[in-house]
Design a binder for this molecule. Structure first.
Ligand SMILES: [Fe+2]
Ligand SMILES: [Fe+2]
Length: 146
């Protein structure tokens, strides 16, 4: 099995692709398509955040005895993403074009910055630190269904 960086990096790409699909539907004011594709994006994001929060971060925190460090910052940013996605879901129900695009732009910036920190700093560090446990962790993350 590959590295944590490979595994969660491709999860990031999947979320990005699904985000773009919703964006295209909203731009065309295809609200039925937007709601459907938003559900798929939201499901991929929920699974991704759960993989990090329920499997990866606890493993790191257990090794470092540090639940207040970088993983705490990541958890706070996840909470912000969840709130934005709630607003976006509501905007697809209300068929509110400008509200959707406004919240989506904030989420996109937040995701880009967040994913960059994970892919450039945290995941490479986790790959080094968790080393032999990495394969088990990826197995446990794979087991989290969408
Ligand atoms: Fe994250
Ligand atoms: Fe992530």
């Amino acid at each position: 099995m590959g590295t944590i960086l490979d595994f969660l990096g491709s999860d990031h790409r999947l979320c990005d692709e699904r985000f773009a699909t919703v964006q295209a539907a909203v731009t065309q004011r295809d609200w039925e398509g937007a709601r459907e594709s938003f559900d798929r994006f939201h499901a991929a994001m929920r699974r991704h955040l759960a993989r990090e929060e329920n499997v990866l971060f606890p493993a790191f925190e257990a090794r470092t005895a540090n639940a207040m460090g970088p993983t705490q910052v990541m958890r706070m940013e996840h909470a912000r993403m969840r709130r934005l996605m709630q607003d976006m879901a509501r905007a697809t129900v209300d068929e509110d074009h400008s509200r959707y695009l406004c919240q989506a732009a904030i989420l996109l910036t937040l995701m880009q910055q967040h994913n960059l920190k994970e892919e450039e700093l945290l995941f490479p560090m986790f790959d080094l630190m968790l080393d032999d446990a990495g394969t088990d962790l990826i197995g446990a993350m794979l087991a989290i269904a969408e």
